[in-house]
Design a protein around this ligand. Structure first.
Ligand SMILES: [Zn+2]
Length: 195
């Protein structure tokens, strides 16, 4: 079962993805303040000694819990190629072509060899051909242009970027409301790419 449940805090900020076992645990420990979204699963537990009835935990797609608070905006989300390529929709930001993940690379707009940093705001998705062509040059030196500016995703967007399976509609709607204004992230089944 690959369904993921979105854990948020009671202030309404997204915290993390949970598997169903972790969600059941939070319910069992009475840490869930409220739930939201469609029911994704009903988990059958043990039988009550007094009544003989079987307990059933209904899991919704979003659960709000006491406790854990994500430090939004305090530190930047980890920069990985997979998240970077998803941020840019698997599109090379130089030639505008769409590629499979294995054909893509991380390009440093301001090259590392010339003092550029390995940070979200200095990296873009690039096909290998464009990356090789650009080499250690600055954009102006090669008369190459970026189709979109690199940016650092906020935590809500990062959760969407790093989800490995299918994000449920109500989870996506919840996260999208908290994306930053410069977000370009779209799901495969949403509108086509906006560069
Ligand atoms: Zn390219």
């Amino acid at each position: 079962m690959s369904v993921r449940i979105l854990r948020i805090n009671t202030a309404g900020s997204p915290v993390e993805w949970l598997n169903w076992q972790q969600a059941v645990c939070l319910h069992a420990r009475d840490l869930v303040s409220w739930t939201y979204g469609e029911e994704v699963m009903a988990v059958h537990g043990g039988h009550s000694r007094q009544t003989g009835e079987q307990t059933i935990v209904h899991l919704n797609s979003i659960i709000a819990c006491k406790g854990k608070v994500h430090q939004n905006g305090r530190k930047s989300p980890p920069l990985t190629n997979r998240a970077l390529f998803r941020r840019d929709q698997n599109v090379c930001l130089y030639c505008g072509e769409h590629f499979d993940e294995v054909q893509l690379s991380r390009d440093h707009v301001h090259p590392l060899s010339r003092g550029g940093k390995d940070v979200w705001t200095n990296v873009v998705t690039s096909c290998r051909r464009c990356n090789a062509r650009k080499g250690h040059a600055l954009l102006g030196e090669m008369s190459m242009d970026l189709l979109a500016l690199p940016y650092q995703p906020n935590h809500a967007e990062y959760l969407a970027l790093t989800h490995s399976g299918r994000i449920l509609g109500d989870q996506m709607a919840f996260l999208r409301r908290q994306f930053s204004a410069n977000s370009r992230f779209r799901l495969d089944n949403e509108d086509s790419i906006v560069a």
